[in-house]
Design a protein around this ligand. Structure first.
Ligand SMILES: [Fe+2]
Length: 415
């Protein structure tokens, strides 16, 4: 048995496997583009290493699409086959990832809490716990799972970035800024800490400062995965949107967001869609950009990885004129609620499905239906996840519909 760079025991005798696991951990915490390569190298170095297989499964599950979910399965099976003599932490981690694969998110979270109580150096478990809390709309718990391990990771800038994001989502903006700046002082290459700063400056209305600050770190994102590369640029684009510099927003969309997106990646697609929607809310002509995205959304129709994502897809498909696909997707969402884990069912049934109908109605210009569908669920939309900056989009759609419906009624009354 050997120890990883966090000082945690891994069941392997191969130094090369440990070196690759260390690279994977660093890549995962940095949101680097080489995380997949690193973990596959660990498996190649020691095909019997259960933890490496569990990490690979977690990597594919985090892609949130059906093809990657299928890719995760054999890694989980091999991890199980080699699990007889692994450590308690490795067993727990494997259970957490298996629960995630079964969509038993509440079980996965409970195990990540247990791991981080007993092994506070395990920052991959902290990150995955935060990830689940993020998509359940539970910012306090997202913060707590990172905060509780601070005493044991005093010099780890990645953890400071994770805590900073949690503080920001809990509206503790001063503390969030201090924590993110601590991370960046230790290592300028901490894109998740940059991301926390992007959020808090936006919340505080520090738009010009946010642009200068974020652009000064953009060179450090070149080796990020496409999700965080495009998302950090999405935050910069939001600043320009607030300044009503729509030409610049379109330029950033073309150069750094859709251009640099992994076109098959749900998270990259969501950033692009949410930016186009915001531009249209301001009356900007986005040209054929909806049509350019829509072919990549076909495989999303019956996927239903995360309700937050689905609300974006139905909007984009409607705007691109794929009404049959939209109908199919809305029906499939209904069917999905019959199969899903009861813990998640209410979020789909009572929040996501009416909200999806509201989003479709807005994209069709049916503002009365938008208001009727969105108004009852607005206060619960946070339970399907996303950050404040992402969630506010649904409020903006609702407000636009309420205003437009009112305007239409005035025109009707005057005619
Ligand atoms: Fe963000």
């Amino acid at each position: 048995m050997l120890k990883d760079a966090q000082g945690l025991v891994v069941t392997t005798e191969k130094a090369q496997a440990i070196a690759a696991i260390n690279r994977f951990i660093d890549q995962a915490l940095y949101y680097g583009k080489d995380a997949e390569t690193a973990i596959l190298q660990a498996i190649a170095a020691d095909p019997t290493c259960a933890l490496a297989h569990a990490y690979a499964a977690a990597y594919y599950l985090s892609q949130e699409n059906s093809k990657a979910w299928q890719q995760a399965q054999p890694y989980l099976q091999i991890a199980q086959q080699h699990s007889a003599k692994i450590t308690t932490r490795e067993k727990l981690y494997l259970q957490a990832i298996s629960a995630w694969a079964n969509q038993e998110i509440e079980v996965a979270i409970a195990i990540h809490e247990k791991i981080t109580n007993r092994f506070p150096q395990d920052l991959i478990s902290v990150q995955q716990g935060q990830y689940h809390y993020f998509y359940l709309g539970e910012p306090e718990k997202l913060l707590q799972i990172a905060q509780k391990v601070l005493p044991r990771n005093q010099e780890n800038h990645y953890l400071y970035g994770m805590v900073a994001f949690g503080l920001e989502q809990c509206n503790q903006l001063k503390a969030a800024e201090k924590m993110a700046l601590r991370a960046i002082a230790l290592n300028r290459y901490d894109p998740w800490a940059h991301h926390a700063i992007a959020h808090l400056m936006e919340t505080q209305g520090r738009v010009d400062e946010g642009i200068t600050w974020m652009e000064s770190f953009a060179d450090t994102w070149e080796n990020c995965n496409s999700m965080l590369y495009t998302h950090n640029w999405w935050h910069i684009a939001l600043y320009y949107w607030q300044l009503e510099n729509y030409q610049k927003v379109l330029q950033l969309y073309d150069r750094h967001i859709w251009e640099r997106a992994n076109k098959q990646s749900p998270k990259d697609q969501v950033s692009a869609i949410s930016l186009l929607l915001r531009l249209e809310l301001r009356g900007v002509n986005v040209g054929n950009r909806w049509e350019a995205i829509s072919p990549y959304l076909y495989s999303r129709i019956e996927e239903h990885a995360l309700p937050f994502q689905d609300l974006h897809y139905v909007y984009a498909l409607t705007k691109a004129g794929h009404h049959d696909w939209v109908k199919q997707m809305l029906q499939s969402m209904q069917y999905h609620t019959l199969r899903i884990n009861p813990f998640l069912r209410q979020r789909w049934l009572e929040v996501a499905i009416p909200a999806a109908r509201g989003m479709v109605a807005h994209a069709q210009g049916d503002f009365n239906t938008t208001v009727a569908e969105l108004k009852p669920v607005l206060s619960r939309l946070h339970t399907i996840g996303g950050s404040h900056a992402q969630q506010v989009l649904f409020q903006q759609v609702y407000q636009d519909a309420a205003f437009s419906a009112q305007k239409q009624s005035w025109i009707y009354a005057a005619s």
